[in-house]
Design a protein around this ligand. Structure first.
Ligand code: XIL
Length: 370
């Protein structure tokens, strides 16, 4: 026997079925219209959205911030990759000469690796050969080319061996080119250089030493302002092509993507896509390694424009099958390098300085989930 309640529930169900049968199309199209107007709530983390796309979602991090609860919680849940912002650079990791009983300092790098491992994240290494953040014992040591070659070889060998099976990919060489496509003067290249000969020969040597040091690591060349097809990216492309032809071990290219709102230009974005495509055709893996979008203020309009550009760059990576990593240079405006390097600018990342998600977060998430 049915009680009154059950009868009324049954009656409602019957009426709904009948009504839906009669005007099903109208009801459905109404619901669809509703859906397209109201954005679906962003389900899951960036990391989960990236996994569905087979895309690693990375960020640069510093060991000194891990004690901040919000910092650690976001880092360990939203990202599937961690890269040391500074800890694995030459100066911080190799502060004393090899003649010292304790030439290396792996403390911060090891802390970051331990954090990553305990949160099931992969680690990307940055960087072995660069003109910045070198210790004085290297820059002021008056070493001969032969000595410098030995220093660099042994540095690459020691650091990569220390992180073998923990760091899956390395920016072996960082920022070797000028905007006009010529090589940037450095102690490793021509001041006095490692004596390897001319042109990109020192980059080739570094890559060969890196392959020897950890044969399972993926080896990258990384640079900034080489997102578009321009003189710098042409020079990198020519080098990569030559390296591929000659069997020099190069597995991928890192595009830093430190941009401002001026980059939100259809011609620039199309050029970025074209550039990624030509590198992809060489069989190289492509990583967006240091993405941030700096602003002059944090007005709602600026944050919206920033979100749009973040979404567009994410989509470029999603649409290019060889693009395997989308990484931002930090994640909270509280700890971004931008205010210190670009006067008056900032607000460049996905979380604000109070660890609140910004519109850019939703835009990246939506572009991954699309
Ligand atoms: C920056 C760090 O974010 C700063 O903390 C540091 O003081 C200087 O270097 N390109 C790179 C990164 O390859 O290593 C730089 O990182 C940012 C530009």
């Amino acid at each position: 026997m049915m009680n009154a309640c059950a009868i009324s529930a049954w009656f409602r169900m019957l009426m709904t079925t009948l009504l839906c049968g009669m005007c099903g199309t109208a009801l459905l199209s109404g619901a669809a219209a509703q859906e397209s107007r109201v954005a679906a709530p962003a389900a899951g983390t960036l990391r989960q959205a990236g996994e569905a796309r087979h895309l690693t979602i990375g960020t640069a991090a510093a060991a000194s911030h891990l004690a901040e609860a919000d910092y650690a919680a976001i880092l360990g849940s939203e990202f599937s990759q961690l890269q040391a912002e500074n800890a694995m650079k030459f100066g911080p990791i190799h502060p004393r000469p090899d003649t010292d009983p304790n030439p290396y300092n792996f403390v911060s790098g090891d802390a970051l690796v331990a954090f990553a491992q305990s949160h099931n994240m992969v680690v990307r290494g940055h960087t072995l050969v660069w003109h910045n953040q070198l210790p004085e014992w290297v820059t002021k040591g008056n070493h001969s080319p032969a000595q410098l070659g030995e220093i660099l070889h042994s540095h690459i060998k020691t650091v990569m061996a220390h992180y073998a099976s923990k760091v899956y990919a390395w920016d072996v060489v960082n920022e070797a080119f000028n905007d006009d496509g010529t090589l940037h003067p450095t102690i490793w290249y021509d001041q006095p250089g490692i004596g390897a000969g001319t042109g990109t020969k020192y980059i080739e040597l570094a890559l060969r030493w890196a392959r020897e040091a950890d044969p399972s690591a993926k080896l990258f060349y990384n640079d900034y302002d080489a997102e578009e097809v321009n003189k710098k990216s042409d020079a990198i492309y020519a080098m990569a092509k030559r390296f591929k032809k000659n069997g020099v071990p190069l597995d991928g290219i890192g595009f830093q993507a430190h941009v401002g709102l001026h980059f939100d230009d259809p011609a620039k974005l199309a050029s970025f896509a074209r550039n990624l495509k030509r590198f992809a055709k060489l069989g190289l893996e492509l990583h967006i390694t240091e993405l941030d979008v700096r602003l002059n203020d944090s007005s709602p309009a600026s944050l919206a424009a920033q979100a749009k550009l973040y979404g567009e760059i994410t989509t470029l990576c999603v649409q290019q099958p060889k693009c395997k990593l989308l990484q931002t240079w930090g994640f909270t405006d509280k700890h971004s390098w931008i205010p210190g390097f670009y006067k008056g600018q900032g607000w460049a990342l996905l979380w604000d300085d109070k660890y609140q998600k910004k519109p850019a977060y939703e835009a990246v998430h939506d572009a991954l989930a699309k």
